[in-house]
Each structure stands twice: as structure tokens, then as C-alpha cells.
Design a protein around this ligand. Structure first.
Ligand code: UD1
Length: 417
């Protein structure tokens, strides 16, 4: 089993390019099910979740390749619209394949994605929408069996919550469906816009993606195309946090300014100087960072839940007490006991976490409980006394393309053993 070892107390400085976005790459890989021919995705991060998505595509009958951050998918027909449990359980977001497979073949069976490290992850919004579009769905022994009854058709849908995955699944199903689909209260995350841009290049007719009403007119066919995966705004927030907690000075390149706007205010409140250009961001952190009064996670354009654990790690070392309110997932504080093992002063009360700044964190062995929680421990390790060993890093590898290499390139002493 691999671990990440961090020697603390090294100030980070320099310039780093931000990797492509996991949350854009995964739904776009699912979208290739709809496209005839060879899709080429550049700036695709080398992540275990990306390789899991490629394994699912291979199982469905596509030919996949990956080298130098370029993923290729050759689709000359879906031969098998069923995803076995072994592949489904490799990656929670594999449910995103459902809309695409139904759109292409009219049938699909896959296992129900169970609860995970962030708590229960229901898919009721996805299923209710697909039913409205003409899909009959039955559940037996943890398997979902889905069949288009007569034809897949458009529908006017209002989501009870702007779920990212449900919005993407509906877009994927609607692209080749008959007629018009309107999604109201759609999720507005920038990755959804990237998925729609990809599909539109392939011949789809989608407007409003990234806004709260998305309109999709079904088309008969999609052809493959070449697309560059957008930059990862959560990875950008991670490297900004690494700079902030070490009193560092870092420039991130290949970001999209509008996409990172929602994570910037806490860094400014901490006393960091930041300068944002359309495709880069510079941060210079003070020796001692200030507390942040309140961070409230919300659907985009609110502060992203995926950056919550990472910012919490930084706030452990701030002057004063900060409050975090987690409103997206029911159980997204599993990293807290691990940070406490390092000397952090954090109390969780329901949705709130109260983070008292401490003058020192101490290196020890801690375990990554989930993807972003694991990254938070690496960030905390950068400012801790001595050596921090983060175990269970398979979680981290789901979303970071060699985090140890990235942080080392900025002067951090971070290695994989
Ligand atoms: C996506 C992201 C994930 C991010 C999350 C919220 C990907 C691959 N993953 O996950 O990194 O943390 O958005 O920004 O893009 N919900 C329901 N019923 C549903 C669907 C969702 O109750 O049918 C609830 C979930 O339990 C959760 C909340 O809605 O509490 C948000 O979920 P959702 O936006 O769907 O997140 P994901 O698409 O799973």
C-alpha cells in the first residue's frame, strides 16, 4: 500500500500548471458513448477515476487509450449496455453512464451506487427525470434495470435540488432523445458547461448549460470530436491552500478566472494578496494567516463543497476561530478526526465545524478518508512539525495527477513511498 510522506515547514514558491478537471473529464468520457468515431480528449488528468471510466467504456465495447494526458475513445457501436458491479463500485460517479447508455441504446442495467465516504448518495433525482423521459426502471437485488418503453423523449423537468450528476445525466439522455428537454433549477457548475461544449462540438443542440435553465433539442446522431478538458478549479484551490498554509508565493497557470471566483474570498480574508488574470492566479500569503469568519458550502456559484476540507486544513493554522458550514453532503467531515490527530482544534456540531487556530500542527500517521479529505491532510502536513505520513492514498489518486510531484515542484518535501 502506498503512502504520501510530507516533511513540514517548507515555504512553497514558484509556478505550476493546474491539471485538467476530473469532474469534467468523467462526464465527458461517459458522453463518448453517444458519439460515433474517435474522440480525443486533451488535458485529461491521469487519475484512477479516469482509468475506471475507460474500463467501463472498454466493457461497453469501445477501444480506449491514454498517454501524455490525452484520452482516446473509439466508439463504433455499444455492444453491451450493462455495467457489472465490479466496475460500478470502482467509481461512485459511474452512474453518469446511465443517461448516455440509455440515449444510445435504449436499455441499460447497472448496480445501484451505494452510500460512500460522504454519506448516502441517493440518485432519486436522476431516476425521476429519466422516468419522465420514457424510461421504465426497476430495482432488484441492488441492480437497476432500465429500459426505454416506447421512445426516449424530451420533458420539462424542474429539479428539487440542483444536482450536478442529475443535470449531466439528463443532458446526456436528452441529447439523442426525441424533441425538447428543459431542465429548470439545473446545477450551474462550470464542468456542466464543459460537457455541453463538448457535446455541441459533436453535433448536439444544448443551450444554457452553466445557467439554471438548460434546453436540449434532441438530434439524430453525434460524431466524435477533439476537446480540451477544462482546468480543475478544486485542484487550483488545493495549490492556493498549499501556498497559504506555508506563507508561500505561488502562481497557478492554466486556470479560468471565472471558475475560481467562488474560492477566492476566503484567501483574501486570510490576508493573502491575490492577483487574478484570465488564465492565471498569483497568491502571496502572509507569515501568519487570519481566521475566516464563515465558509458556507453551496451549489455553484457558492463556495464548493469539494474545497471545504482543504480550506479547513489551512484554517487550522490561522489566528483566531473560523466557522465552516457544510450544506451539500450529510457526512463530509470525516477528515476532522485525522486533522485533530495532528493537533488541530476542531469541533463539529451538526452541519457546522468550528476551527480554532493552533500555533503548531504535528506530523504523525493519518489516513485519507476520502479524496478531498486526503488532500487536506497533505496540505496540513506541509505546515506541520516533523513528518506526516498519509495512508490510504488511493482516495487522493482518484482526483490528483501526482500531487506529490506538483507540490515538490514548488519546493515542498513531499514523496510517495
Ligand atoms: C458532483 C461532483 C462532486 C461534488 C458534487 C457537489 C462529479 C463527478 N462529482 O457529485 O465532486 O462534490 O457534485 O458539487 O462531478 N442528491 C440527492 N438525490 C439525487 C442526486 C443528489 O439527494 O438524485 C443529493 C446528494 O446526496 C448530495 C447533493 O444532492 O447531498 C449534491 O449531489 P450532486 O450535486 O448530485 O453531486 P454529484 O453529482 O454526486
Amino acid at each position: 500500500m502506498q503512502s504520501i510522506v510530507v516533511e513540514g515547514k517548507n515555504r512553497l514558491s514558484g509556478e505550476i500548471k493546474v491539471q485538467g478537471a476530473k469532474n469534467s473529464a468523467l462526464p465527458i468520457l461517459a458522453a463518448t458513448v453517444l458519439c460515433d468515431g474517435k474522440t480525443v480528449l486533451t488535458n485529461c488528468p491521469a487519475l484512477t477515476d479516469v482509468f475506471s471510466a475507460e474500463r467501463i467504456l472498454t466493457h461497453l465495447g469501445c477501444r480506449c487509450g491514454f498517454s501524455d494526458n490525452t484520452a482516446t475513445v473509439e466508439n463504433d457501436g455499444i455492444k453491451n449496455p450493462h455495467i457489472p458491479d465490479t466496475l460500478m463500485s470502482e467509481m461512485r460517479s459511474s452512474i453518469i453512464f446511465l443517461g448516455a447508455i440509455l440515449g444510445k441504446t435504449g436499455e441499460c442495467s447497472l448496480s445501484f451506487p451505494g452510500g460512500c465516504e460522504l454519506g448516502a448518495r441517493p440518485i432519486d433525482i436522476h431516476l425521476a427525470a429519466l422516468r419522465r423521459m420514457g424510461v421504465s426502471i426497476s430495482e432488484e437485488f441492488g441492480m437497476l434495470r432500465c429500459q426505454v418503453s416506447k421512445e426516449l423523449h424530451g420533458a420539462k423537468l424542474t429539479l428539487p435540488f440542483p444536482s450536478v450528476g442529475a443535470t449531466e445525466n439528463i443532458i446526456l439522455a436528452a441529447t439523442l432523445a426525441k424533441g425538447e428537454t428543459v431542465i429548470r433549477n439545473a446545477a450551474r457548475e462550470p464542468e456542466i458547461r464543459d460537457v455541453a461544449e463538448f457535446l455541441n462540438k459533436c453535433g448536439a443542440d444544448i443551450s444554457g448549460a452553466g445557467e439554471s435553465t438548460v434546453v436540449i433539442h434532441g438530434v439524430k446522431k453525434l460524431h466524435a470530436c477533439e476537446h480540451r478538458i477544462m482546468p480543475d478549479r478544486i485542484v487550483a484551490a488545493t495549490y492556493l491552500s498549499a501556498a497559504a498554509i506555508t506563507g508561500g508565493e505561488v502562481t497557478l497557470t492554466d486556470i479560468r478566472a471565472e471558475d475560481i471566483e467562488s474560492v477566492m474570498p476566503p484567501f483574501e480574508e486570510m490576508g493573502c494578496y491575490t492577483y487574478i488574470s484570465p488564465d492565471s492566479v498569483y497568491i502571496k500569503a502572509p507569515k501568519k494567516i487570519k481566521r475566516v469568519k464563515k465558509i458556507i458550502t453551496l451549489p455553484h456559484p457558492g463556495f464548493p463543497t469539494d474545497a471545504q476540507a482543504i480550506l479547513m486544513a489551512v484554517l487550522c493554522r490561522a489566528e483566531g476561530t473560523s466557522v465552516i458550514s457544510e450544506n451539500i453532503f450529510e457526512s463530509r467531515y470525516k477528515h476532522v478526526p485525522q486533522l485533530v490527530r495532528m493537533g488541530a482544534d476542531i469541533k463539529v456540531e451538526g452541519k457546522a465545524a468550528i476551527v480554532g487556530g493552533v500555533s503548531k500542527l504535528f506530523g504523525t500517521t493519518v489516513s485519507a478518508t476520502d479524496l478531498r479529505g486526503g488532500a487536506a491532510l497533505v496540505i496540513a502536513g506541509l505546515a506541520a512539525e516533523g513528518t506526516t505520513t498519509v495512508t490510504d492514498i488511493a482516495h487522493i489518486d482518484r482526483g490528483y495527477d501526482e500531487i506529490e510531484r506538483a507540490l515538490s515542484s514548488l519546493g515542498g518535501k513531499v514523496s510517495r513511498i
